[in-house]
Design a protein around this ligand. Sequence first.
Ligand code: GRF
Length: 213
Amino acid sequence: MFKIAVLVSGGGTNLQAIIDAIESGSLKDVSIVKVISNKEGAYALERAKQHGIEARCIRPKAYADRADYFRDMIDDINASGADLVVLAGFLVVLSGDFVSAFKGRIINIHPSLIPSFCGDGYYGLKVHEQALKRGVKVTGATVHFVDEGTDTGPIIIQKAVYIENDDTPEILQKRVMEQAEWKILPAAIQAIADGRVSIKDGLAYIEGSISTE
Ligand code: GRF
């Protein structure tokens, strides 16, 4: 069984997509061993509990400094035996120590086609606001490995989503989630669990085909 720890900050619809994929059998031989939120009231924690998944809130503010916070996070994830750390709407900027502790074993879902609309300040609705402001006709989502930068790690899977004339940031966010994020995140986890993803010269490659429909 391939074990994953999922880090969240909010509603947890991406976490839900992973749970649903596991329960329906479309995501095979993968189990969520831990869900960690930095926010106490995050609905994602509730979703985890409803499905019998160990869930915990670790608040950065409860620690004297960031180093202590991330040390506890690293210990907790290591204790869970997770093979992969999945950032599913996790809004805390990771420390270098955390990234090194799980080198090549952290993935993130970002709601645009990287390298567009990514990097510092591009999170949540802001990403979609900027896409609409620029007038792009196609956007989408990206699953990538996490390195020391913001949204700079090797790209694993992307999926495009068309922008429509009457889109608002909220409408676009929902379409990007439904059509792209909730599909490519479980697909990327499956490919990694199957041992079909490799990184060479800073780029990620998937052996064989993947389904994101
Ligand atoms: C998603 O749009 C994700 O791409 C972004 O934050 C949002 C999280 O949503 N990083 P949810 O908590 O999974 O519903």
